[in-house]
Design a protein around this ligand. Structure first.
Ligand SMILES: [Zn+2]
Ligand SMILES: [Zn+2]
Length: 335
């Protein structure tokens, strides 16, 4: 825990008083150096929401006191990838809490274009979480080109998967299979309209094939990052199926191209992060309760290094299966 100056803002930036900062599994990787942060020392935190305290002289889209959630990729806005709507590939991209100071702090400064208006109906802690897990799930489904009337299987219904189930329904899927081994998560997915498949009890591929009369699904999304579930996602895809890989793994995926891809024209698609332009749509879906993430944020903590480190320790051990959000305002003396 360190005292640092309140960040300066440039003419196109805003200063945000942090009201909520999500503690993500990626943050545990960053702290451990698995995916190193630089430059160090650096403040972690890429899931941030708050209220606007100051605006730069050229900022017109944001007013002081606006409620905002922050897009974590700070991009140049001018390069080929930025100007074609794929800002996550910007050559100069700086991720909050990874390559520039993030939101485990009382204040953060970002370019105004990174601020997404957060409606009053969405609490700050949910707004923060929308910017990472839900946004990644939304992007993956957009990559899958899911159409109304299609069937979907989601492998892994943690934070990303619960959003994916609801968003797949919203995009018109007639059946969404939720595959997991955790009964509690499967029950929540069921409440959101999924057909639960407990792969501890049944073979997920056989079960989904049986329920779809041998056809399999049109879209399979892998959100765990295990070789086994990636294979299952490939095997459960039917004719013209699209398999989207979101889960990170350092092991290769072996695919029998003739039998598993070519024969049925199955597509294997990588999905990475999300775009700035997807976030206002996502926030609107949360405001309209098409996407309900009220059950995803399950714990809040103050901005305290020991407490935050404990949460990261738990994430490393996979022991805490909760989504924890830092609420820095709880440190302030009551007035
Ligand atoms: Zn995250
Ligand atoms: Zn760029």
């Amino acid at each position: 825990m360190q005292d640092i100056p309140i960040p300066e803002i440039g003419e196109r930036d805003i200063l945000v008083k942090v009201k909520a900062a999500g503690i993500c599994h990626s943050d545990a990787h960053y702290r451990a150096g698995i995916s190193p942060v630089h430059p160090v020392p650096l403040t972690l935190g890429h899931e941030v929401a708050g209220s606007v305290e100051k605006i730069g002289t050229l900022v017109t889209s944001i007013k002081i006191n606006d409620r905002v959630a922050l897009h974590y990729n700070i991009s140049c806005g001018d390069c080929y990838h930025c100007s074609t709507g794929n800002d996550q590939f910007c050559e100069k991209v700086l991720m909050l809490g990874h390559y520039t100071n993030g939101g485990y702090a009382e204040y953060i400064s970002v370019p105004a274009r990174n601020a997404i208006h957060l409606p009053d109906e969405i609490p700050f802690e949910q707004g923060a979480t929308l910017m990472c897990a839900s946004a990644t799930a939304f992007h993956a489904l957009r990559k899958s080109r899911l159409k109304g009337g299609e069937r979907v299987a989601i492998f892994g219904v943690g934070g990303l998967g619960q959003s994916a189930v609801q968003l797949a329904k919203a995009l018109g899927a007639i059946e969404v299979y939720a595959v997991d081994i955790n009964e509690e998560k499967l029950n929540l997915a069921k409440q959101y309209g999924a057909i639960p498949v407990n792969s501890k009890k049944v073979d997920a591929v056989d079960e989904i094939k049986k329920r779809t009369h041998g056809k399999g699904v049109d879209v399979a999304v892998e959100m765990i990052g295990l070789q086994q579930t990636m294979k299952q996602a490939v095997h459960v895809a039917g004719v013209l199926g699209r398999v989207v890989i979101v889960g990170l793994s350092n092991k290769p995926l072996m695919v029998d191209t003739y039998n598993e891809l070519i024969g049925n024209e199955v597509e294997l698609i990588g999905s990475n992060d999300h775009h700035l332009q997807e976030l206002p749509l996502l926030v609107e879906m949360a405001r309209k309760r098409v996407l309900d993430i009220s059950h995803i944020v399950t714990k809040t903590v103050p901005l305290d290094a020991d407490v935050v480190n404990q949460v990261l320790d738990d994430l490393e051990k996979f022991s805490g299966d909760v989504r924890t959000v830092i609420l820095p305002a709880t440190n302030e003396p009551a007035v």
